[in-house]
Design a protein around this ligand. Structure first.
Ligand code: ZN
Length: 287
């Protein structure tokens, strides 16, 4: 599932590929993805609009659309869900299986493909309004993080993943930042001291910035359907032959050794999700 860094890399590429392009038509092939909007309303609202840029908050993207007559703008919001992919292809190529919404530009399509249909295309700006501070934003200060984490008896990991407080961290990067800051994923938020909150904020910022930089350094295929479909979200131009390896610290590394201390990375379950951690570096010293 794409989290903040993957969505930010996608936003960066789409922004340069889509800005100032005009939407000629829209086809909705999977109704579930646009609900509660109806396809006719979607068509009426966006056809003729010009894309002025691509924005992001947390794991949400939006196309900033400008109406031809009034020059006023509004966002068309897209959430990739579990399996959604957004890419550009030539309009003379046939559409992929599981295409959910297809925006016709001039000689290209912007395709939203979603095999499991958990993604969403909507005008409802409330889904952005209900998000907490973006995890990559400078607004995520130590004071703000302390007020989010230290005021709950929930586990630190559950709090980090709650998008209403901090937007953008999912299961993968929550595991990663907790390992980097040497915090147990199981410790109650209210038990975390200020020094650990400080370390956590630094880990969030460094991990996300590093992943975005890493994603931007790759030779990605955002002008067509991704060829590479492994654990790593991005597609490379060279496809599966040159599978990209993501430098995770703990995520997906059960049974491998911790790069800090050599202990074996453990997988446990928290709220039906896999939590990967190092039992040595991330001791739960809660009493
Ligand atoms: Zn360790």
């Amino acid at each position: 599932m794409p989290e903040l860094p993957e969505v930010e890399v996608l936003r960066y590429h789409l922004d340069s590929l889509l800005t100032n392009k005009k939407l000629v038509s829209v086809d909705v092939l999977k109704l579930r993805v646009v609900r509660p909007e109806c396809p006719k309303l979607l068509q009426d609202k966006v056809v003729g609009c010009t894309i002025k840029g691509v924005g992001r908050k947390g794991k949400f993207l939006w196309l900033e659309l400008e109406r031809a007559q009034s020059r006023t703008t509004f966002p068309l919001i897209i959430h990739l869900g579990m399996t959604g992919r957004l890419f550009i292809q030539k309009s003379n190529k046939s559409l992929p299986k599981h295409a959910a919404v297809v925006f016709k530009l001039n000689r290209e399509y912007l395709v939203f493909k979603d095999p499991r249909s958990f993604g969403r295309v909507t005008f409802d700006a409330d889904c952005l309004g209900s998000l907490g501070v973006d995890a990559l934003s400078r607004d995520l200060t130590e004071e703000m993080l302390a007020s989010v984490i230290q005021t709950t008896n929930q586990s630190v990991k559950a709090r980090l993943m709650n998008q209403k407080h901090i937007a953008g961290l999912g299961n993968i990067y929550s595991c990663e930042v907790l390992h980097k800051s040497k915090i147990s994923p199981f410790i109650k938020g209210s038990s975390l001291c200020l020094a650990k909150v400080k370390a956590l904020r630094k880990a969030i910022s460094m991990t996300l910035h590093n992943q975005v930089s890493f994603g931007l350094s790759l030779d990605l295929d955002f002008e067509g359907e991704f060829k590479n479909d492994g654990l790593f979200y991005y597609g490379s131009k060279s496809g599966r032959d040159n599978q990209l390896k993501e430098p995770f610290r703990v995520y997906g590394r059960e049974g491998e050794s911790c790069r800090n201390c050599g202990s074996i990375i453990t997988r446990s379950y928290q709220a039906n999700r896999s939590t990967y951690y190092c039992p040595e570096c991330q001791l739960c010293d809660e009493t």
